[in-house]
Design a protein around this ligand. Structure first.
Ligand code: NAD
Length: 260
């Protein structure tokens, strides 16, 4: 049975697609008012329409989560519209440019770290003023790439950002416990989403001559990539009071893929 989230307010980044979209639909179905955050994109409006036609309540804010002022404004607008913020899903992310380390351009490294890691920091930073009086829950989408599984070469920037998100979640959980703000990282394995659109492999990857093939989507439990809706179930649990003793953890949701 999924938790009742009636009358709570959520801000969800990356809500136009994939995991963020699935979480937004589920949280709204469970009674949350949801602020959908993403880059300017028609898909964001589609998520809003879907929520509203199912009887839910949603607003949209189009920003780049790596921009400090835009992130602050997104939180302000949400609090102004719905009166409070109880839950933040810091989920937007990119695979970015994939290249061998010696060919990785510094600006490409920066972009991946800036969206995935700095974007997460900014979402947590700007959530605090809205949550410190009332408590709250924050979930950060990391990945099994942050700690365990190889999933293709050229992903040093991505993996570093995902590992950084886990460390950040743990430190934030300690620091924010005094405000009863819980912070957890979730680590999905391969999930069927549109992340390929934000993946830019380079020709230089051919230079890496190590004969390891990533068993794409070969998860022991399902022999296929997971679905965003499966991740959304975990997000709803972490958003709810049913998880009120869970903070500072990294939770794998990967059909046992990280054990390969
Ligand atoms: P997706 O591409 O379907 O969705 C990501 C969304 O984030 C998109 O709508 C995109 O527009 C948005 N976004 C990207 N950069 C942004 C920015 N700078 N500002 C605002 N929004 C931005 O991909 P997804 O798989 O749903 O990815 C969600 C998260 O899940 C990411 O953090 C990703 O690293 C993580 N993840 C994905 C997988 C997977 O296999 N799909 C596995 C592990 C972790």
């Amino acid at each position: 049975v999924l938790p009742d989230l009636k009358d709570k307010v959520a801000l969800i980044t990356g809500a136009g697609s994939g995991i963020g979209r699935a979480a937004a639909l589920l949280l709204a179905r469970q009674g949350m008012k949801v602020c959908l955050v993403d880059l300017k994109d028609d898909r964001l409006k589609q998520t809003k329409q879907e929520i509203e036609s199912a009887g839910g309540q949603a607003m949209t804010v189009e920003i780049d989560i790596s921009d400090p002022n835009q992130v602050e404004q997104a939180f302000e607008q949400t609090a102004k519209t719905w009166g409070r913020i109880n839950f933040v899903f810091a989920n937007a992310g990119i695979n970015g440019v994939l290249a061998p380390i010696e060919d990785m351009k510094s600006e490409d490294w920066d972009r991946t770290l800036s969206v995935n890691l700095k974007g997460t920091f900014l979402c947590v930073k700007h959530a605090i003023p809205h949550m410190k009086e009332i408590g709250g829950s924050i979930v950060i989408t990391s990945s099994i790439n942050g700690s365990r599984t190889f999933s293709g070469f050229g992903m040093t920037a991505y993996s570093s950002s995902k590992a950084g998100q886990v460390a950040f979640a743990k430190m934030a959980a300690l620091e924010l416990a005094q405000y009863k703000i819980r912070v957890n990282a979730i680590c999905p394995g391969s999930i069927k989403t549109n992340i390929g659109e934000n993946t830019q492999p380079t020709a230089e990857l051919e230079k890496i001559k190590i004969p390891i093939e990533y068993p794409e989507g070969n998860q022991p439990l399902e022999h296929a990539p997971g679905q965003p809706e499966q991740v959304a179930n975990l997000v709803a649990f972490l958003a709810s009071d049913a998880s009120n003793h869970i903070s500072g953890t990294e939770l794998f949701m990967d059909g046992a893929e990280s054990l390969l």
